[in-house]
Design a protein around this ligand. Structure first.
Ligand SMILES: C[S@@+](CC[C@H](N)C(=O)[O-])C[C@H]1O[C@@H](n2cnc3c(N)ncnc32)[C@H](O)[C@@H]1O
Length: 189
């Protein structure tokens, strides 16, 4: 059974997000933390042979994900800006379509850096301000209204720039679907 969110996302998943999830989630390894898990769209793409332990978090865990008790994971309600984990805890952190609605991106990224082990990786898929023309102007124009009706989802962020500003090294980054989305991997230096 699909949630409303999954139904809304279905066309976008088909146009590239699903492929990005499949390619990137297979690279999650060691001690893994997922932030903002939502309905759990990434879980089926994890390679559990590479994962020693999995912690799934969201600021509000969905009913749907709480039902996935057959998955070998801990489920913890936590905001990315105050994670209940020790420094240097994880080899891999995953977040997909989350940082558009995180109030203070810099604070969230500092938390990721804190709980990530040295040389640990962040695997991400985020939507960003498209690069060119009509889409860019439209995203900027509708953003104030969109933020109000979509629980603070921001259409005009440059997520990779934020990662670089916080000192992460971008080892892979590719934009897709007319540069509306970016996916990739960043390392804690
Ligand atoms: C658009 S959904 C994406 C869900 C899922 N990651 C996916 O790719 O389909 C955004 C999720 O991020 C969570 N989220 C938003 N802000 C957050 C924060 N500050 N800390 C933790 N989770 C957050 C929301 O509760 C929601 O479940």
């Amino acid at each position: 059974m699909f949630s409303l969110y999954d139904l809304f996302m279905r066309p976008l998943e088909k146009r590239g997000i699903k492929q990005a999830r499949k390619r990137l989630m297979a690279q999650a390894s060691g001690s893994v933390l997922e932030i903002g898990s939502g309905t759990g769209a990434n879980i089926k793409f994890y390679n559990f042979d590479l994962i020693t332990d999995l912690t799934i978090t969201d600021k509000k865990l969905s009913k749907r994900i709480k039902k996935l008790d057959q998955i070998p994971a801990k489920f913890i309600e936590a905001d990315v800006s105050a994670l209940p984990f020790s420094d240097d805890s994880f080899d891999t952190i995953i977040h997909t379509l989350v940082f558009c609605s995180v109030k203070d991106v810099s604070k969230g990224l500092l938390e990721l850096e804190r709980v990530l082990k040295p040389n640990g990786k962040i695997i991400f898929i985020e939507h960003i301000l498209p690069e060119h023309g009509f889409l860019k102007r439209t995203f900027k124009f509708i953003n104030p209204l969109w933020k109000r009706v979509s629980s603070g989802c921001n259409l005009t962020r440059s997520y990779v720039d934020s990662l670089e500003q916080e000192g992460f090294e971008i080892v892979e980054s590719s934009k897709f679907m007319k540069t509306v989305f970016v996916s990739g991997i960043a390392i804690k230096k």
